[in-house]
Design a binder for this molecule. Structure first.
Ligand code: ACM
Length: 260
């Protein structure tokens, strides 16, 4: 499977323009699976829950429909983050859409910093979807800081974790080495670039999207400050081999009775 990381610089609240740009980036580079950043077509720094609700979109609406259509046209999966409009309020959500019309929906479990004032805490838990024999898990940005997130997806059988991000701290790209190694999974972190300063606080996103193999190899490492799309091939069977040597198995050797 050819995995593409897409990193963009969305203009705040310019949904249509940002979507056009993302679809152009997708079109520029053939792949089987595109991973896009968190909140990839709205921008990040909402001033209030009401404002987030104004730009949030329903999971079955026309905006998300453009990704569903693109998945069909390119015969490829697309993972992306978006503000989800729900009756009870907005979620920081992500979705994977498939060419055959299915989807995997996820609501961010671990909200970061002022997101706690903006979004409702995610209530979906972590799950995976299968396409072309590859099992794919989904997570959003700060989830990485909690090892249980990627561990849960690995234990559920994920070969690759699509990680839609708007990272502001500099650690995740390096930490993915350990997260990939300790779970023997591919990690595809798509991170946006640029800055926002809407609420009196400037935040700068760290770009540098990475695709890391189950053995900790950096298959892709994108630039820190420019938009980019890059592609690498993954082999799910490398992720399924959980034996470390003749004596050790990553999952069979766990001792959960000592972990609480
Ligand atoms: C983050 O969770 N967007 C840092």
């Amino acid at each position: 499977m050819r995995v593409a990381l897409v990193q963009n610089d969305p203009a705040f609240a310019k949904t249509d323009n940002n979507l056009d740009r993302l679809l152009t980036l997708i079109e520029s580079t053939p792949a089987d699976f595109y991973v896009l950043p968190e909140l990839c077509f709205t921008g990040y720094q909402f001033a209030s829950r009401e404002e987030a609700n104004r730009y949030a979109v329903p999971s079955d609406g026309a905006v998300i429909g453009r990704f569903r259509q693109a998945a069909k046209e390119h015969n490829a999966l697309i993972a992306f983050g978006y503000p989800e409009k729900a009756p009870e309020g907005p979620y920081n959500a992500a979705m994977i859409v498939t060419p055959d019309g299915r989807d995997l929906r996820y609501r961010k479990t671990h909200l970061f910093y002022r997101e706690k004032d903006i979004f409702l805490p995610g209530d979906t838990g972590f799950d995976i979807i299968e396409w072309a024999g590859v099992r794919i898990g989904l997570a959003v940005c700060f989830d990485w800081f909690f090892p249980e997130s990627f561990r849960t997806l690995a234990l559920k059988g994920a070969d690759i974790i699509a990680h839609c991000a708007n990272l502001v701290m500099p650690y995740c790209q390096q930490a993915n080495f350990t997260r990939a190694l300790e779970n023997r999974v591919y990690i595809a972190t798509a991170n946006r670039i640029g800055s926002e300063e809407r609420t009196g606080e400037k935040i700068t996103f760290t770009g540098g999207s990475v695709l890391v193999s189950p053995h900790g190899e950096y298959l892709l490492s994108l630039p820190k400050e420019t938009e980019a799309v890059e592609v690498a091939e993954i082999d799910p069977f490398i992720a399924r081999e959980k034996r470390i040597n003749d004596f050790n198995d990553l999952f069979a050797d766990r001792r959960p009775e000592y972990y609480s």
